[in-house]
Design a protein around this ligand. Structure first.
Ligand SMILES: [Fe+2]
Length: 300
């Protein structure tokens, strides 16, 4: 049955300072360093929602201490928007509690599924891109946004197989989702690059498909070259090809959109993460000065 679509207030809380847009993922490897309250180059942190849902103890106390000094975005991996199952109401209740506690400026999850018949998987599995799945996922997003009374952002994923039943690509599917539900999009530039190489398409064509005004956040991360394919590991610095794609795409993403570096494996010392983020700053700065920048070509 189709859920009634109520109009969701677009109450994504904007970052207080519109030029303070550069963030990183908060990882436990940096808890000790950050609790010493160092001066950092970071404007905001993104946290994995599930790591702090229904938990107390040190991770939450560190996070609450960091929250006093920095805006936070809540990024989920367990909402399973792409399941044929209903969204788990208990999951949403816990997420809601976390949101009330942290007051994040953005809430996001993935265009993927990992929950079926009560079983939770640890991967983000792609969905087929066709009208039927569009209706199911749009209903799930309506449900989540109505329950949270917040707009959510949906992220494009890295995938290693396609469905023969798909009638459109992921970018077209995400664009239709924003039209149907009013959700925003978390654009992961690394995921686009990885998929473009693995499935042989032009990554810029993907980004051009996404309505600029719907992009609420950008992810940058490092992949691992496995020889015959690229693997989205978040275990390395952002590769030059992804920086190039980011730079070439600047006209296609909103000015001052929050941008962050994801680094989940082989997590480096904090200052290396800051240095990586400062590369993004430099590219943005250069981009705003360079009015002749073209977005019609992308040369990997
Ligand atoms: Fe991402």
């Amino acid at each position: 049955m189709c859920r009634k679509r109520r109009k969701i207030r677009k109450n994504v809380k904007l970052l207080e300072n519109q030029t303070s847009i550069f963030g990183v993922g908060l990882r436990r490897e940096h808890y000790q360093y950050l609790t010493e309250k160092p001066i950092t180059d970071i404007d905001w942190f993104e946290v994995i929602s599930e790591n702090y849902m229904n938990t107390e103890g040190r991770p939450m106390s560190v996070l609450e201490s960091i929250r006093k000094d920095y805006p936070i975005a809540c990024h989920g991996v367990g909402m399973s928007l792409g399941s044929s199952d209903q969204i788990d109401p208990n999951y949403l209740k816990e997420l809601k509690r976390l949101i009330e506690r942290l007051e994040p400026f953005l809430i996001s999850d993935h265009l993927a599924w990992n929950h079926l018949n009560g079983t939770r998987l640890h991967e983000l599995i792609p969905v087929p891109y066709h009208e039927e799945s569009l209706e199911v996922i749009a209903n799930h997003i309506d449900y989540v946004q109505n329950e949270l009374q917040r707009q959510i952002a949906v992220e494009n994923i890295s995938a290693y197989f396609n469905y023969a039943t798909s009638t459109m690509n992921e970018g077209e599917f995400l664009s239709l989702l924003t039209q149907k539900t009013g959700c925003s999009i978390l654009l992961d530039i690394n995921n686009i690059y990885v998929n473009a190489k693995n499935f042989q398409f032009n990554p810029l064509d993907f980004i051009k498909t996404i309505p600029k005004k719907s992009i609420a956040q950008v992810h940058l991360a490092g992949f691992t070259d496995m020889g015959t394919y690229l693997f989205d590991t978040h275990a390395e610095p952002v590769h030059q090809e992804v920086w190039n794609l980011f730079e070439t795409s600047l006209e296609l993403i909103p000015e001052n959109v929050p941008i962050m570096i994801e680094w989940d494996e082989n997590v480096p010392e904090f200052h290396k993460l800051e240095a990586e983020l400062n590369k993004a700053r430099k590219i943005m700065h250069k981009g705003t000065k360079n009015e002749t920048r073209k977005t019609t070509e992308f040369i990997p």
